[in-house]
Design a protein around this ligand. Structure first.
Ligand code: ATP
Length: 288
């Protein structure tokens, strides 16, 4: 038996960090949405007890450190499942990029083994389990567009943005989310207007969405890696409607309505960066 799951990347239309909590996590408000750049997760039922994981990316571990492996193991242990699973990940999302690639793979495995091992868990239950793996996994279980609060695990669905192009560009550096949070001074940082972003999405107001993109972590990553600022500048000059760093970076994305302009931004970045993608905004739920 084989099951295929699509694991799309997410971008943060806005990301606000409110404060550090006593448990060490940061309290956040994030507006997240999926884009049409996805890993392909292939699950094969094993009659033995084993979980195996494999991807062709040299940046991703093929062992129990893989978030996809951890997702399968968590469910197997929690529900005393006697069967195993072979996980193959076709890795298309850049790694350590601010696009939640690992979290989306883990979420795809949660959805997939739920079907494969016939556990009948709801998406809410899977999202709750996902939070034990990482703060972005809960959102990735649902996909679509959502406001994530708490440490990122409390998910409220909101309407998808109007269709547009998303041009993504990742400099060759990888950024560790932990190091960015460690350097963040919450008082000093810029804070986006989350309410205005949610309102713009509810109204389907593309200009309002573009006017309210903002990321509290952007300044920290910008100060560490000047490439991020250079990409932002280049995208703005090439005519993007909005430009922002996603998550803790270093990927920068632009939102663009016009086809020709999106192509121009893509072309102008292609000579500057090796990892550039021009994809459609997904935004709606693709998962059952
Ligand atoms: P986020 O936006 O949620 O902070 P990210 O895009 O910055 O995530 P990931 O691509 O998820 O980061 O990878 C972060 C780290 O997790 C990498 O160092 C990688 O080695 C490890 N990792 C474990 N499993 C996976 C996986 N399935 N795919 C990608 N990275 C993985």
């Amino acid at each position: 038996m084989q099951i295929l799951e699509k694991a799309p990347a997410k971008i943060n239309l806005s990301l606000d960090v409110l404060h550090k909590r006593p448990d060490g996590f940061h309290e956040v408000e994030m507006v997240m949405t999926t884009v049409d750049l996805a890993d392909r997760v292939e699950l094969t039922l094993l009659q033995g007890d084993k979980i195996t994981v494999e991807s062709e990316s040299r940046f991703v571990p093929n062992d129990e450190r893989n978030l996809a492996y951890r997702a399968a193991k968590l469910i197997k242990d929690r529900f005393g499942v006697k069967q195993g699973v072979k996980i193959f990940i076709e890795k298309n999302i850049p790694v350590a990029a601010g696009l939640a690639g690992g979290s989306s793979d883990a979420a795809a495995v949660l959805r997939g083994v739920n079907r494969m091992w016939e556990l009948n868990l709801s998406l809410d239950e899977l999202a709750e389990l996902g939070a034990e793996i990482g703060s972005d996994v809960s959102f990735c279980v649902f996909g679509g567009t959502a406001l994530a609060t708490g440490r990122g695990e409390k998910i409220q669905a909101i309407p998808a943005p109007p269709p547009c192009w998303v041009v993504l560009s990742k400099p060759t550096i990888g950024v560790s989310t932990q190091s960015v949070y460690q350097r963040l001074d919450v008082e000093d940082a810029e804070h986006p207007d989350t309410k205005a972003m949610v309102e713009a999405l509810k109204e389907g107001d593309y200009e309002g969405i573009c006017a309210n993109v903002g990321n509290t972590l952007e300044g920290v990553t910008l100060a560490m890696h000047e490439e991020v600022g250079q990409i932002k500048e280049q995208m703005k000059q090439a005519g993007a409607d909005a430009v922002l760093m996603s998550g803790s970076g270093p990927t920068v994305f632009s939102l663009v309505e016009q086809d020709a302009r999106a192509q121009r931004i893509y072309n102008s970045l292609k000579g500057f960066c090796t990892e550039v993608y021009m994809v459609r905004m997904l935004g709606y739920k693709e998962t059952p």
